[in-house]
Design a binder for this molecule. Structure first.
Ligand SMILES: [Zn+2]
Length: 251
């Protein structure tokens, strides 16, 4: 198992590097597969030796080798974050192929979705739609019996956030509702604690912002909700069933 965790971390670094390409290109509607990456500042092609996950950013001290422009901390953070979450997912779901595969796939979509929402306050359909399709295909292939629960969880979660978004478009966005639906398709019933954790952390940070900058400025500050939902999704992917069991035992 130790070997599997190390392999997951290394794989996470490599996949994380690709997720950075998604974050840079999906909002611009560019293909993530074609062509080498360029420095956004000077346009220089990134050399292969400067494209090693995590290590290159550290060796270059976060600057472009050609023009010295700063390279966003998002690159090493996404790579390290993917490695850590892959390793933890493998450690927790080592014995359960369905939870392991669905969990890894969910993390792979949540990271770029959260990063894009943080940078651009936008959750692209070009990520949520493939995420939904992958969820259903994997679910049917790995655990046919559980698919009905996951479909109901997806529909329920999308409605739970989608109705408020329809009533008050200024608050929650439809992108958030679609993301909630996607999380339900991966998580099944544990999407409920995922949404509660996402809402609670989002509200806490929102209150923190208001206390920092004051009510009127706080109202104008746009806080993307996707990263909080994604956080709730990861927690529920890892321990959601434990949370549900604890709740049922206690109340
Ligand atoms: Zn440059």
């Amino acid at each position: 198992m130790a070997l599997a965790i190390v392999a997951a971390a290394v794989g996470g670094l490599l996949i994380g590097s690709f997720l950075n390409v998604l974050v840079s290109r999906v909002p611009k509607r560019e293909s993530p597969f074609g062509g080498r990456s360029h420095c956004p500042e000077c346009g220089a092609t990134i050399r292969a030796r400067d494209n090693i996950p995590l290590l290159s950013w550290l060796l270059l001290r976060g600057k472009c080798r050609d023009c010295g422009a700063p390279i966003s901390k998002r690159y090493p953070l996404v790579e390290a974050g993917t490695a850590v979450l892959y390793a933890v997912t493998v450690a927790v779901h080592y014995d359960d192929t369905t939870l392991l595969v669905l969990g890894l796939a969910l993390v792979t979509f949540l990271i770029p979705i959260a990063a894009i929402d943080l940078e651009l306050q936008l959750i692209p359909n070009r990520l949520t739609l493939p995420a939904a399709i992958v969820a259903v295909v994997l679910g049917l292939a790995l655990d046919l019996d559980g698919e009905v629960e996951r479909l109901i969880a997806g529909a329920g979660a999308a409605l739970f956030l989608g109705l408020p978004a329809l009533i008050n478009p200024k608050g929650m966005g439809m992108g958030d509702a679609k993301l909630a639906g996607v999380m339900g398709l991966y998580l099944g019933a544990p999407v409920a604690p995922a949404l509660l954790i996402g809402l609670a952390t989002g509200v806490l940070v929102g209150v923190g912002v208001v206390m920092n900058v004051g009510m009127s400025a706080g109202r104008r500050t746009r806080i993307p909700f996707g990263p909080f939902l994604a956080f709730g999704g990861v927690v529920a992917m890892l321990v959601g069933q434990d949370i549900i069991d604890w709740y049922l035992d206690t109340f």
